[in-house]
Ligand binder design. Structure first.
Ligand code: AMP
Ligand code: MG
Length: 270
């Protein structure tokens, strides 16, 4: 087993993704071994979300980023299956529309941040505007360079106004991406996800890694931490994410709201 690997990089660390093993599975050496903890932490998360939702005091923004086939959809499906769907909104950020492009890049994001009691899950996010936009020169460097500070300001503003922020980068290897693309090509239940464009993007693997390293270095703060989730093993990925979200909600110490008046004596009419 490899040495203990941090989930959140040190806040002053210059992240080099080669230092992070995408095959890392922490204290577990197999899926079977992790099964008990994984189930327990998923159930704990689902229970905690009930009080989080009922209390309507805190809001939670969860951002998922990864290269193509990194497992964003799968992680969201597995971690949030079982939570009260009324309390979770998933927003997937695709190629911007003409109208979105006619605004600043945060314009389309802000309306989807969570209200109190809600969990907003971002499948991709404003980080695309320093990732795909950078790798493909969609705007000049002098424009995207400024966005790290802008994003940090935006997230700090959300935090200072009561939003808890968790960011997950799902870290897979290039070999694992190849296997996943092959399985999308060959498995009839996955072929709908096969996108020839992903092969084009794969050519930019190194540029994406570099762009991600900048994001993980420049936008990592205690109030909005990046988690580098070892994601070659889906079961470990889901375990880590569920545990992290569960621990975060647990720390909020949510309580069911007390009735505003004495309701014990109220008679319910027939
Ligand atoms: P998927 O998540 O697989 O459905 O793909 C969504 C696509 O939208 C990806 O290729 C992203 O790179 C792209 N995308 C998301 N946000 C942006 C953005 N701000 N600018 C350009 N492309 C984007
Ligand atoms: Mg895709």
């Amino acid at each position: 087993m490899s040495k203990k690997q941090p989930l959140i990089p040190a806040f002053d660390e210059k992240v080099d993704l080669r230092d992070y093993d995408p095959d890392y599975t922490g204290k577990f050496s197999s899926e079977d071994e992790a099964e008990h903890d994984r189930k327990r932490d998923l159930e704990k998360l689902h229970k905690l979300q009930e009080t989080f939702y009922a209390e309507q005091k805190h809001s939670l923004l969860i951002i998922f980023q990864a290269t193509d086939t990194g497992g964003k959809d799968g992680a969201i499906e597995h971690v949030f299956r079982g939570v009260n769907p009324a309390g979770v909104v998933v927003t997937s950020f695709k190629k911007p529309s003409e109208e979105e492009l006619a605004h600043d890049y945060l314009w389309r994001v802000h309306p989807h941040t969570p209200r109190r009691g809600m969990i907003s899950v971002f499948n991709r996010s404003h980080y695309e505007d320093v990732l795909v936009v950078r790798v493909h020169d969609l705007v000049p460097k002098k424009v995207w360079k400024k966005r790290f500070d802008q994003i940090n300001d935006f997230e700090r503003m959300l935090y200072e106004n009561g939003t808890t922020i968790l960011k997950f980068y799902l870290h897979i290897s290039k070999g694992e991406q190849k296997r996943r693309l092959e399985s999308r090509r060959d498995d009839p239940e996955k072929q709908w996800k096969f996108n020839v464009g992903d092969l084009e993007e794969r050519k930019y693997w190194d540029q994406y890694q570099e762009a991600y390293e900048d994001v993980l270095t420049k936008c990592n703060f205690e109030h909005a931490p990046w988690h580098i989730v070892p994601a070659n093993n889906k079961w470990y990925r889901d375990y880590v994410i569920a545990k992290t979200i569960g621990d975060t909600i647990d720390a909020m110490d949510c309580k069911y709201p007390k009735p505003t008046e004495d309701i014990a004596s109220i008679v319910i009419p027939d």
